[in-house]
Design a protein around this ligand. Structure first.
Ligand SMILES: O=C(O)CCC(=O)C(=O)O
Ligand SMILES: [Fe+2]
Length: 454
């Protein structure tokens, strides 16, 4: 049990409050009030899709495709039953995960790393020791596909971890491939549109453990984010996940259905569909009684393969609103940004009122003193990341210079990743002196506060 009032602005891996079972929530875990889990949050009426007959019954298959189309359009999320993975395999993966987290720190220490590029790593925060807000979670992330390339790097303690987790990852990789096939058909792209790219792609398992939290109303297990993947399939032992309902912009708790798996639309699918399907924004709440385990399989294209909008999804009425990017681009981005204050979500470079619930306004500038120098970062962001260190540093660097403001992005969450436009030239350009820029920021700020939803 941690000492009362231990003061620290952050706790390193192996010494965090959740690992040491503190009896209180330290300051650096307290999330801003608008993101805290309300005790009154409603249950999400998310679709529960019965996959029975998806492969061998054409009538059932077309009904399932309709259900999937509806779920992806309205929620970016659904649960599946009769998915073909046995309860024994599901229970095996959950118990292997739980047993791993019960090991003493010394057994987990060799996997501890805050380098997001490491293929097998144990961690406790989004970026340990760097991010301002910490989360009540411990995780083991490991690459999983093709299994033979990675299984030898996984923990061999507990002794059956590789066997039980291995059985699950093979089954869920196959299931994800089938579901993606159904999703592709629902977009009119044909079932094997992505098959070979996913077969050659990445499967990253985020094995998460959320220990009981003494003041669950103050902290979160994971901050709001969307997954970078094409599709994420999540196995869990307890409820705790909340999704943002894009219709009324409120958080809804996902009901726990024993044996069901949860399926999230990820950013890569949003990009491929050119925004017809939106990646679901979700967060994880914690509870004071039981340890929650979840095993999230993030299925995406290969490390260096860029996802782009399918040409079939782009036309005059639906211009391409996305920048193409790969898993590696994503890793490089998260290595540099504090995601705890609003993790990534894929967004368009165009504004859509479906997404007005958190708005970040980023501008890029060109220093116009002497030779023009392109400054490719944000000079301002509004909203909960107003004091984002990147923007602050940029403004300090540019102090006294004129700004040629090239881009104003209105985004969901931090979001500079997918929405950062390829071509600066396409955007309206304003020449502003630094004092006019300050006025401009004030104006944006007042627009922002009249648009903010929560
Ligand atoms: O714990 C969960 O239910 C979800 C985990 C998650 O969102 C993630 O690992 O990206
Ligand atoms: Fe997630």
């Amino acid at each position: 049990m941690g000492e009362k009032n231990e003061s620290s602005s952050s706790f390193p891996i192996g010494k965090t409050a959740q690992e040491r079972r503190f009896s209180y929530v330290p300051e650096c875990y307290k999330v801003q009030p608008s993101l805290r889990a309300g005790s009154d949050s409603k249950l999400a009426d998310v679709p529960l899709i019965n996959l029975d007959g998806m492969s061998d019954d054409p009538t059932r298959r077309s009904i399932i495709i309709q259900e999937i189309a509806n779920a992806c359009r309205c929620y970016g999320f659904f649960q599946v039953i009769n998915h073909g993975i046995s309860q024994q395999t599901l229970d095996g993966a959950l118990s292997a995960a739980a047993d791993f987290f019960k090991l003493p720190n010394s057994a987990k220490a060799k996997f501890m790393s805050s380098d997001v590029h490491t293929p097998v790593r144990y961690g406790t925060s989004v970026r340990d020791g760097v991010d301002k807000v910490q989360f009540w979670r411990v995780f083991l992330k490991h690459y999983a596909h093709p299994l033979k390339d990675w299984i030898g790097l996984w923990p061999d303690n507990p002794h059956d971890y590789r066997e039980k987790m291995g059985e699950y990852v093979v089954a869920v990789q196959e299931l994800a491939g089938k579901i993606v096939g159904l999703v592709m058909e629902s977009l009119g792209l044909g079932p094997s549109y992505l098959s070979s790219k996913l077969d050659d792609g990445m499967q990253v398992m985020a094995v998460n453990c959320y220990p009981p939290c003494p003041q669950p109303e103050l902290a979160l297990g994971l901050p709001p984010h969307s997954d970078y993947s094409c599709l994420t399939v999540v196995l869990q032992n307890l409820s705790g996940l909340q999704i943002l309902d894009s219709r009324d912009k409120s958080w809804k708790a996902v009901p726990f259905i024993p044996g069901a798996l949860q399926v999230n639309v990820g950013d890569q699918l949003e990009v491929l569909s050119n925004g017809r399907y939106k990646s679901v924004v979700h967060k994880v709440t914690v509870n004071s009684e039981r340890t929650r385990i979840s095993v999230a399989g993030l299925h995406s294209l290969g490390m260096d393969v860029k996802m782009e909008a399918a040409p079939e999804m782009v036309d005059e009425d639906h211009p391409n609103g996305y920048r193409d990017s790969s898993f590696k681009d994503f890793l490089n981005f998260i290595a540099k940004n504090d995601l705890g204050e609003g993790r990534i979500s894929s967004t368009r470079s165009r504004f859509s009122d479906r997404d007005i619930y958190h708005i970040y306004i980023w501008m890029s500038a060109i220093r116009s003193a002497g030779n023009k120098e392109i400054i490719p970062g944000p000079i301002c962001c509004l909203g909960p990341i107003e004091s984002h260190p990147l923007a602050r540093a940029q403004r300090e660097r540019l102090m006294g210079c004129d700004y040629e403001v090239r881009v104003v992005c209105l985004c969901r969450f931090v979001s500079s990743f997918y929405s950062w436009p390829n071509s600066f030239g396409k955007f309206p350009c304003l020449m502003l002196s630094s004092s006019t820029c300050d006025l401009f920021v004030c104006l944006l700020r007042s627009c922002y506060s009249s648009m903010i939803v929560f």
